[in-house]
Design a binder for this molecule. Sequence first.
Ligand code: SF4
Length: 451
Amino acid sequence: MALTGLDIFKQLPKTNCGECGVPTCLAFAMKLAAGGASLDACPHVTEEAKAALSSASAPPMRGVTIGTGDNALKIGEELVLFRHEKTFFNPPGFALLIDDAMDEADAIAKVESLKGVSFERVGQVLKANLVAIKNASGDSAKFADFVKKVQAATDLPLVLISESPDAMGKALEVAGTSKPLIYAATESNVDQMLELAKQYQAPLAVRASSLDSLGDLTTKLDAAGVKDLVIDPGTRQLKDTHESLVYLRRAALKKKLRPYGYPTITMPAEETDDDMMEAVHAAVYVMKYGGIIVMRDLSPEKAYPLFVLRQNIYTDPQRPMQVEQGFYPINSPDENSPVLVTTNFSLTYFIVSSEVEGSKMPAWLGVVDVEGLSVLTAWAAGKFVPERIAAFVKKSGIEEKVNHRNVVIPGYVAQISGELEDELGDWKVVVGPREASDVPSFLKSYQPVTV
Ligand code: SF4
């Protein structure tokens, strides 16, 4: 049973030194009980207390890593039901499903096509994360040979799908060192799959005919020392899967039921034959609460909106994505190039900078630290204001880089131009366009104003 905050408090040093990041031991105990802190944060806790608190200090949902190296995927370790409560931490991985009954050349081409399913958006690379290989042929040797060929064609971690311990064992002989996800242990093969997971130190997916049986299996595996588990609710209808995922997340986080405290795997590829519906199912599982989303089709036009949805859902709502304050040179500007300023909200920066870049006109783009807000929001919040902009311009060193004193501000804050000129002294403020899409034509016709 989960320990209460007071149970935990009794085991802490009670010195209220604050080194754990909260002011008192009691506050730390409450945070730990809520799953919002790690016991490691207290450097003074005794070994005896650590042993006594081990269950309380474990995160309510275990983090599981699939694969090795730069492409390894970590899922789980979520602490909240809704992103506005805190944030979601580890975005779900998208897996492309192929099987060993497919034409081999087609399968390999499909895997290789994933290299083109990669997009850069607001400074982050959005891409597929895994290749799921199913033993559809039922032939163990063929499966192992197929896995070997797929592994040679991709750097992505693998999900090996077979309920046959023999086929899984042979596939792991060729791919076991890369820590693939073994899918799946079930009521009928759990003992053999358990041994394979132990032998290869690989994460293991678990599927059962009901959530009760699922809990029994994870309890058994955990007791046997196989702790890196990924759970499949076993349902293959959108409504049922969604319902199960919500139940599992609530059970893990709110009821602290350890048997369900693992990330999940979902199978849109097996839930529908309709390509568009497959995307709809995947979108639902991005939001609630897929850890891995296995899809038959990850063509760019289908993947991009799903990847953007994932990026948006897994962005911390309390800490907007931000760009570091400073002046950014675009298209090799010189001392005569225009100087523009905007805010450090990532989306604002990347939209404006890509318009400047696309215009082929050299410019200095300054981003003012307004805690990641967009232009109008920052102005309304009293952050994108003349004093702050002027202080940034004066301290940024841009005066040594240009031989003019003109700064272009977004059209949405035209009303601050007079006050900003007063703050800047020898600078002339020019009101630019409201919309980023008008920046190229503005720059092409831009004439510096003589002070
Ligand atoms: S670091 Fe440990 S001893 Fe210090 S306040 Fe936090 S819990 Fe208490």
